[in-house]
Design a protein around this ligand. Structure first.
Ligand code: HAM
Length: 418
């Protein structure tokens, strides 16, 4: 038998309603904040991610699903949502229409990572991107949206980690300070860090190798190097969050795993799902649009990992609403009553009632068993006596109470009575 590829997951009916629940909350909170949905292709030209996500990142260097298509084009399955949405924004002329453009998406994403709890090779993100405003209240707005989203899901067990990683004016000075700090340790650092030392020293702070991590712990802090504008921007973001009652922890080690960020960066982290505790991450990226060939347009956004949110909710006992099940299962006992059950089932469905009936020619006992297993709320039985007198026996599967309901009243009973 051919089995599922490593790092991917089947979603069974007993799980899919959890995805639907989270996605429905995502759409609802996005609508409340006036964000509208966009969808971009599952694959893009590889160059978009090399330029967009950045060629010093693990994502671009090690994790992309890249292949040549039959026309010899280099294609990549999207490893995240932002670069595609940025391309959409430029290519469809949204930069020339009403700004700010407030967009959201729910998308699969693909990264060739070592699978573990909360880390998959195909996963799903809910993301928002806010294009056109350089103001700190745009940063605060997307963080508030993220906070509301998590609260709407009932998630309390997360901490918002906040940092500023400066801009093109202050970062070069900080990069030099980092190089000065790391230079005497170069021999002890991993190969990736040695490459990053030249290309993008900020990313050295994010290395998971034990020795690199130990050395990075005493590195200079970006917050001591911010220019006046970045400092003021960050102060206002913090003030707006405090005013909105959103608590956060200042964490200078949050540098994010993608190259496009400047100024505000943030992550919502949980301790309830193991090593991969970041359920949502984002930040400001004021140069990406220009870098991808658009007009200079400031932007800020985030993405949340849907599987991680579900894992966190399951681990902390948060409910996902009611598991979907039919309202009524119609059980026929002989050929004629099965026909009646089939016809009533069709009438109920047309009236908007979720209904089901037997398609396996099973005994009444087996039909009851199936209805019980699939969670039907009522079972309506029709036998020759019921058929003759025009009614069905309706059993409430929770209370076990039964009552007779005439065929004429069946639709009313299930649309109004229960
Ligand atoms: P990211 O931090 O790479 O940011 O991913 C966002 C979220 O996706 C993570 O916090 C995590 O919950 C989830 N995630 C990432 N990798 C995996 C994986 N292998 N398995 C399961 N879940 C995963 C971005 O992708 C940025 N595009 C976010 C953003 C939007 N920044 C600005 N706008």
């Amino acid at each position: 038998m051919v089995t599922i590829p490593k790092g991917t997951k089947d979603v069974l009916p007993s799980d899919s309603y959890r995805f639907q629940y989270v996605e429905q909350k995502a759409g609802a909170v996005a609508a409340r904040y006036a964000f509208r949905e966009v969808r971009t292709p599952t694959f893009e030209h590889t160059e978009l991610f090399c330029r967009g996500v950045g060629d010093t990142t693990d994502i671009v260097n090690k994790e992309m699903y890249t292949f040549l298509d039959k026309g010899d084009r280099s294609i990549t399955l999207k490893p995240e949502g932002t670069a595609g949405v940025a391309r959409l924004f430029i290519e469809n002329g949204l930069q020339n229409s009403a700004l700010p453009a407030k967009l959201y998406y729910i998308t699969p994403a693909f990264r060739y990572e070592r699978p573990q709890a909360g880390r998959l090779r195909e996963f799903h993100q809910f993301g928002v991107e806010f294009f056109g405003s350089a103001s700190p209240d745009a940063d605060a707005e997307v963080i508030l949206l993220a906070d509301d989203f998590l609260k709407d899901l009932g998630i309390e067990d997360v901490e918002l980690n906040l940092n500023s990683i400066g801009c093109k004016h202050c970062r070069p000075k900080y990069n030099e300070a980092l190089r000065d700090y790391f230079r005497p340790h170069l021999g002890e650092l991993c190969e990736t860090c040695r490459t990053r030392f030249e290309k993008n020293p900020l990313r050295m702070l994010d290395c998971k190798e034990t020795r690199c991590h130990e050395i990075a712990a005493n590195a200079p802090l970006i917050t001591d190097y911010l220019c006046e504008e970045c400092k003021e921007h960050f102060e206002t973001v913090k003030e707006l969050l405090r005013e909105a009652g959103v608590s956060f922890r200042l964490n200078p080690n949050i540098v994010r795993g993608l190259d496009y960020y400047s100024k505000t960066v943030f992550e919502f982290v949980s301790t309830a799902i193991g090593a991969q505790g970041t359920v949502l991450g984002g930040g400001r990226y004021d140069t990406l649009i220009e870098h991808l060939g658009g007009n200079p347009t400031p932007a800020v956004g985030f993405a949340a990992g849907i599987e991680r949110l579900i894992l966190l909710m399951q681990n902390t006992g948060i409910p996902f609403g009611e598991e979907p099940a039919v309202t009524v299962y119609l059980a026929g006992m002989d050929e004629a009553s099965r026909k009646k059950a089939f016809a009533l089932c069709a009438a109920l469905r047309k009236a908007g009632v979720a209904a089901d009936t037997d398609h396996m020619n099973r005994s009444l006992k087996a039909q009851f068993k199936y209805a019980g297993k699939t969670g039907a709320k009522f079972v309506a039985t029709i036998g020759s006596n019921e058929l003759e007198h025009g009614f069905m026996t309706v059993k409430n599967m929770t209370s076990s109470a039964s009552e007779n309901v005439s065929f004429e009243n069946a639709v009313d009973y299930f649309t109004k009575g229960v």
